[in-house]
Design a protein around this ligand. Structure first.
Ligand code: C2E
Ligand code: CA
Ligand code: CA
Ligand code: CA
Length: 279
């Protein structure tokens, strides 16, 4: 048994060394990727359910690696969050999105709300309201068209501080959304404390509509409750006509999902806006 134990230990430690090396290598590559401008922002349309029109977009980061091609955020955001690189990435995404938003305005498209994700680490560790103020001034993008998506976990651990930061952002005119709503603590008590504008119903509740009765009830309840409390409600991950019809029937305000479009580069998003203009 002792022998086996030692064997196991050696085996695990070797595995661990490989994992640690890979991690450090990835961190190093990611650091260089930021410097060498390999990050890209993709935009996924947000659609008003009543009018069927694009009213905004969520900005989603990708890593265009010259070696590995387009890398999805799931493969680098977690490590960026752990190492603190998310602060530099988040700042870059915010600036790039506001810069692009200003271009769309200048091109004469009707005003779009652009939603940018703020990670829990970024929310806790950097002065997000000062950063937003600086970037809005720099880019000339209107505060009222910027929406920040925050997760419940990022807000919960220091609620008083969170409320202060949110109020500060609100006083600049920035809109606030709770991302992945329904997956975290989701207590009604905290919702009342936080000055937010939008609840984004998590994709996991939408996925199994119309097959799971529970998910349909939860979704309908979030919409009704959200409206009672004065929030707009957006559903994410809408892939089918049936899901959209259900959301429309329940009075959901807006949605995003592959049913309309995947996240696309800015030039492709411009084409979507052009097509809509012609309608
Ligand atoms: P999220 O904020 O919940 O973003 C929504 C994710 O759902 C996106 O994945 C989007 O492409 C995907 N999605 C939207 N509609 C559908 C659909 O109909 N079907 C399916 N299967 N997926 C759909 P993505 O772009 O891979 O991003 C994954 C996560 O990475 C995001 O989840 C967010 O947590 C994080 N992330 C992405 N960009 C940023 C960023 O700039 N900053 C931070 N902090 N996190 C980011
Ligand atoms: Ca999001
Ligand atoms: Ca989400
Ligand atoms: Ca998510």
């Amino acid at each position: 048994a002792k022998q086996a134990g030692r064997g196991c230990f050696a085996y695990f430690s070797e595995e661990l060394t490989i994992a640690v090396r890979k991690r450090i290598a990835l961190e190093d590559r990611l650091r260089k990727a930021i410097e060498q401008r390999e990050l890209r922002v993709f935009y996924q349309p947000q659609i008003d359910i009543a009018s069927n029109r694009i009213i905004g977009a969520e900005a989603l980061v990708r890593w265009q690696s010259p070696v590995d091609g387009l890398i999805a955020p799931v493969n680098f955001i977690p490590i960026a969050e752990e190492t603190g690189l998310i602060i530099a990435i988040g700042e870059w995404v915010l600036r790039e999105t506001c810069r692009q938003g200003r271009l769309w305005l200048a091109a004469g498209f009707s005003p779009l709300t652009l939603a940018v994700n703020v990670s829990p680490h970024q929310f806790r560790r950097c002065d997000i309201s000062a950063l937003v103020e600086k970037i809005l001034a720099e880019t000339g993008f209107p505060a009222g068209l910027l929406e920040l998506e925050l997760t419940e976990s990022g807000l919960m651990d220091n609620q008083d501080k969170a409320v202060e930061v949110l109020n500060n952002l609100r006083s600049q005119g920035v809109r606030l959304a709770i991302d992945d709503f329904g997956t975290g603590y989701s207590s009604l008590a905290y919702l009342k404390r936080f000055p937010v504008d939008v609840l984004k119903i998590d994709k996991s509740f939408i996925d199994d509509i119309p097959h799971l009765q529970d998910d349909m009830e939860i979704t309908a309840t979030i919409i009704a409750m959200g409206h009672t409390l004065g929030f707009q409600v957006l559903a994410e991950g809408v892939e089918t006509h049936v899901q959209l019809a259900f959301l429309r029937e329940k009075g959901c305000d807006a949605y995003q999902g592959y049913f309309t479009s995947k996240p696309v580069p800015a030039d492709e998003f411009t084409e979507l806006l052009r097509a809509q203009q012609k309608e």
